[in-house]
Write a protein that binds this ligand. Structure first.
Ligand code: HEC
Length: 87
């Protein structure tokens, strides 16, 4: 069952240009939603939307109770974009 759900998430078409990692929402679901919720606002760390990008960048390198999440720069940029990160 969870395997089917995982496949369904992976197969959701990306609205971005073909072949480019541009779907921050999909990346967030795959890499962050386990702990922060599908909409980024119902995890233990509270609402992640609109946080300063420096705070999000620091968190993905590993921050206190949060483990390091390895991400390529373009993946992180797509996630920051989707979260509406402030400069
Ligand atoms: C294994 C669980 C887990 C995953 C996966 C995870 N986080 Fe976290 N995250 C946490 C926890 C727990 C905290 C709270 C850290 C603390 O305050 O001790 C946190 C905190 C944060 C914070 C707030 C940091 C602050 O300074 O307040 C941000 C931003 C964040 N995470 C972003 C992300 C992003 C983006 C991803 C995906 C790339 C992600 N997290 C994936 C567990 C996770």
């Amino acid at each position: 069952m969870s395997r089917v759900l995982f496949l369904a998430l992976v197969l959701i078409p990306s609205p971005g240009p073909a072949g480019e990692v541009s779907d921050g929402q999909l990346l967030f679901r795959l890499r962050c939603s386990l702990c922060h919720g599908e909409t980024a606002d119902d995890g233990s760390a509270g609402d992640l939307r609109g946080l300063p990008s420096a705070v999000i960048r620091r968190a993905v390198r590993g921050f206190e109770a949060m483990p390091k999440i390895p991400l390529a720069e373009n993946e992180l940029a797509a996630i920051l974009d989707w979260l509406g990160a402030a400069e």
